[in-house]
Design a protein around this ligand. Structure first.
Ligand code: PRX
Length: 660
C-alpha cells in the first residue's frame, strides 16, 4: 500500500438518475425481487442459478467454505464446460443458430453456427488429445481475435486441460514468463496478425520466447496472414505443426467427459503489486454459473433474439468471461471482431453494429472516450437503432463519457450498465440491473443479487452513507479465484491479509457510498495502474527500466490521462556512465519497456531526474511524483528524508514525451 489514499477522498457529486423505461422494465430478465430472494437464502439462490447449466451429476453441497479462503462450489457436481457452451444448444435444436459472426480486420467474414462450432471444437479437442494433452495439462494460447482462439479455449475445456491465454500484444519475455510459470506443454499461436492494415509477425515472437523453454513439446500455428507476412517465418520441424494440418483431418466426433465442479478451467496472469505477474486460477462449475447468470441478467440477453458484442480481447478476463464462457453458455449470437476500431475508418464499430443489428454492446471507458474524441458525427452516420443495452468495464467511467455513450450510441434511451469486477472475481460483481436500477452516470451502484460487497475503513468497519474507504467482498461467490498458480502464500497475502480478522477479500480498489448507499469506484489504492483498462504494476515497469544498462533507479506512477484513464509516467536516475538523457536515450528506454513487457506498458513520459523523493525508511513517495506528473503543486514534503529533493527534481527535469 502506498502512503497516499485517493480512496478516502469523496469527490464526485453526480446527481442525475436514469430509470429504465416501463417497456424495458416489463420485459427485463432481472426483476427487483431477486435482491430479496438472494438475501433470504444465498445458497438456494446460487443453486437456482446453477440450474441454468447442464450437469452430468448434480452437486450435493452448494458451498464448502470450511477451508477458507479456498472455496468449493457445487461440491460433488460434475459437468463439461464445453458441452454446456456448445453441444447442448445443438441438442436442443439450435444447431443452425449463428454462434459467432466473425469479422476479420481486412473485411473477410465468417459465420459459425452452433453445429459448426461443435464440429470445430470436437476436432480441436481430438487434435490436442493426439498430441498427448490430457486433463490437468496446461496449454498456452497467444492468438489474436480469430475463431481458432475460441475453438482452442473450448477444446481445452472439453478435455479438462487448462488454458493459459496470453494477450497477443505481450512481448516474448512476458510470454515466456507465463509459459514457464504454468509449465505449458503446448503453445497455440498464429503465423501473423493483421493490425491496422498490416501483417505483423506472431510466430516469430513466440519462437523468440520459447528458446530453451523446457516444458513446451509442441507449437500449433494458425495460418492467418499467410504470404502477406513479410520476411521468413521461423519453423522447427520437430516441434511446430500447422493448425489446419493437425486439426482438419481429425474426427468430428468427440465425447465430452464430465469433470468435477472444482476441476481447474484456466489460469490467467494479471499484474499485482510486485514485478511478477500472478497466475489467477479459475475452476469450472461456479465460474460458469456466475458468468452465465451475470451475462443473462446484466445484459438482459435473450437467446436467439439478441446480437451481442463484447469488444474485449480474449487475452483479458473480459474476453474469457463475456465472449467465451458466459455468452456461449447462454446460447448467444455474437460478433467477434479481429481488428482495431479505426481500421480502415473511425466508424468501423458502428458499421458492424448496423450490419449485424447488434443489440447488446459491451466495451471499455477508454474506447468510449476515444469515440468522443473522434466526434459524434461518426456514429451519427449509421443506424444504431438495434442497440438496447450498453455496458462498460475496466475502469471508472467518468459521468461525461457515460452520458455521451447513452446519448450518442444508445439514442438517449439504452440503459448503460457500469460493471465492476476483476480477473480475480471471474465475473461481474457490482453493476446496475438494466430493467431495475435507476442508473447514475459514473457509479457501478450495487452488488448484484447473490453478491456481497462493502466499503470499509482502515479497521474494516463499514463506512456510512457518503463515506469513503476500501472495497471488500465479505462473502464468497461462485466465480471467485481459487488461488494464485503455485503460490498459496501470495494468494493469502495479496487478497486475504489486509482484513484477515474479518475474513474479507480486499479488492485493491478505493470506493465510496453516496447518500443512497450506491457504490462509486475510485481507482486502485495499491501500486497498480490502469491504462486503457489494462492492469500494469508500477513495480513491473520499474523493474523493466532498471534492467536497462543506463538506468540506476526508477520510479513509476500512473498519471491521470484524458483518454487512457491513466498514463505511465516514469522518473529515472541515469547511471554515471550514461552519456546524457536526451531524446534518443529516452526513446530507447521506452522501447526497452515495450520489449520487456509489451507495447501497452510503454511509458507515456519519462523524466530524467537527479534524485527520487524518499521517506527516511527509503520508501519512494509516489504521491509527490504524481503531483509532478500531473503538473500540480507538489504536496506536503515534510516526511521526506531530504526535503530539497523535490526542488531538485522540478528544476532539473528533462522530459521525454511521446504522442504515440
Ligand atoms: O480497479 C478496478 C478496475 O479494474 C480492476 C480489475 O482489472 P482486471 O483484473 O484487469 O479486470 C478488468 C476487467 C474486469 C479493478 O480492480 N475496474 C474494473 N471495472 C471497473 C473498474 N473500476 C471502476 N469501475 C469499473 N466498472
Amino acid at each position: 500500500m502506498t502512503e497516499q489514499s485517493p480512496a478516502l477522498d469523496n469527490l464526485l457529486t453526480e446527481s442525475r438518475t436514469f430509470p429504465p423505461s416501463d417497456d424495458f422494465a416489463a420485459q427485463a430478465n432481472a426483476k427487483a425481487e431477486m435482491y430479496a430472494e438472494a438475501d433470504a437464502d444465498r445458497e438456494a439462490f446460487w443453486a437456482k442459478q446453477a440450474e441454468r447449466l447442464t450437469w452430468d451429476t448434480k452437486w450435493t453441497t452448494v458451498l464448502d467454505w470450511t477451508n477458507a479462503p479456498f472455496a468449493k462450489w457445487f461440491v460433488g457436481g460434475k459437468l463439461n464446460v464445453a458441452y454446456n457452451c456448445v453441444d447442448r444448444h445443438v441438442e436442443s435444436g439450435h444447431g443452425d443458430q449463428v454462434a459467432i459472426h466473425w469479422v476479420g480486420e481486412p473485411g473477410d467474414t465468417r459465420d459459425i453456427t452452433y453445429a459448426e462450432l461443435k464440429t470445430e471444437v470436437s476436432k480441436a479437442a481430438n487434435a490436442l488429445a493426439s498430441l498427448g494433452v490430457t486433463a490437468g495439462d496446461v496449454v498456452a494460447i497467444q492468438l489474436q481475435m480469430v475463431p481458432e482462439a475460441i475453438f482452442a479455449m473450448l477444446a481445452c475445456a472439453r478435455i479438462g486441460a487448462l488454458h493459459n491465454v496470453v494477450f497477443g500484444g505481450f512481448s516474448p519475455t512476458a510470454l515466456r514468463a507465463r509459459v514457464d510459470d504454468a509449465a505449458a506443454k503446448v503453445v497455440i499461436t498464429s503465423d501473423g496478425q493483421f493490425r491496422r492494415g498490416k501483417a505483423a509477425p506472431m510466430k516469430a515472437n513466440v519462437d523468440e520466447a520459447l528458446e530453451g523453454a523446457e516444458t513446451v513439446e509442441k507449437v500449433i500455428v494458425v495460418k492467418r496472414t499467410g504470404d502477406k507476412l513479410e520476411g521468413e517465418m521461423p519453423w522447427t520441424d520437430s516441434r511446430d505443426v500447422w493448425w489446419h494440418e493437425l486439426v482438419d483431418g481429425q474426427s468430428e466426433e468427440h465425447t465430452p467427459e464430465a469433470f468435477d465442479s472444482e476441476h481447474p478451467l484456466f489460469i490467467l496472469y494479471t499484474s499485482g503489486t510486485t514485478g511478477k505477474p500472478k497466475g489467477i486460477l479459475h475452476t469450472s462449475g461456479g465460474y460458469l454459473t456466475q458468468t452465465a447468470y451475470t451475462h443473462h441478467n446484466v445484459f438482459d440477453h435473450k437467446a436467439g433474439e439478441d446480437v451481442y458484442w463484447c469488444t474485449a480481447d480474449i487475452g483479458w478476463i473480459t474476453g474469457h468471461s463475456y465472449i467465451v464462457y458466459g455468452p456461449l453458455a447462454n446460447r448467444v449470437t455474437q460478433v467477434v471482431y479481429e481488428g482495431t476500431p479505426n481500421t480502415p475508418h473511425e466508424g468501423r464499430h458502428w458499421e458492424i453494429v448496423q450490419k449485424y443489428k447488434v443489440s447488446l454492446y459491451y466495451t471499455a471507458p477508454t474506447l468510449i472516450r476515444t469515440f468522443m474524441k473522434w466526434g459524434a458525427e461518426i456514429p451519427e452516420k449509421y443506424d444504431l437503432s438495434s442497440l438496447r443495452v450498453l455496458g462498460s468495464v475496466g475502469e471508472p467511467i467518468n459521468p461525461e463519457a457515460w452520458i455521451w455513450y447513452r446519448e450518442n450510441i444508445g439514442a438517449g434511451t439504452a440503459p448503460v450498465v457500469d460493471t465492476w469486477w476483476q480477473t480475480e472475481t471471474g465475473a461481474i460483481m457490482i453493476s446496475p440491473l438494466p430493467g431495475v436500477t435507476s442508473a447514475k452516470p459514473g457509479s457501478a451502484q450495487k452488488a448484484l443479487p447473490g453478491i456481497s460487497a462493502k466499503v470499509v475503513d482502515d479497521q474494516g468497519a463499514e463506512v456510512g452513507p457518503g463515506g469513503g474507504g476500501y472495497l471488500v467482498l465479505d462473502k464468497p461467490w461462485p466465480s471467485m479465484l481459487r488461488g494464485v498458480w503455485g503460490d498459496e502464500e501470495r494468494f493469502r497475502d495479496t487478497y486475504w491479509s489486509r482484513f484477515k480478522d474479518q475474513g474479507f477479500y480486499f479488492a485493491g480498489d478505493g470506493a465510496k457510498y453516496d447518500n443512497d448507499g450506491d457504490v462509486w469506484l475510485l481507482g486502485r489504492v495499491d501500486d497498480v495502474m490502469n491504462v486503457s483498462g489494462h492492469r500494469i504494476s508500477t513495480t513491473e515497469v520499474e523493474s523493466a527500466l532498471v534492467s536497462h544498462p543506463t538506468v540506476a533507479e526508477a520510479a513509476v506512477v500512473g498519471a491521470t490521462d484524458p483518454t487512457t484513464g491513466q498514463g505511465i509516467v516514469a522518473f529515472v536516475i541515469l547511471r554515471g556512465n550514461a552519456v546524457d538523457g536526451g531524446e534518443e536515450a529516452i526513446q530507447a528506454l521506452r522501447n526497452h519497456v515495450a520489449k520487456e513487457i509489451g507495447p501497452i506498458a510503454k511509458p507515456r513520459q519519462i523524466m530524467v531526474v537527479p534524485e527520487l523523493p524518499k521517506t527516511r525508511s527509503g520508501k519512494i513517495m509516489r504521491r509527490l511524483l504524481r503531483d509532478v506528473a500531473e503538473n500540480r503543486q507538489v504536496g506536503d514534503v515534510t516526511t521526506l528524508a531530504d526535503s530539497s529533493v523535490m526542488d531538485l527534481i522540478s528544476s532539473g527535469l528533462k522530459s521525454g514525451k511521446s504522442e504515440e
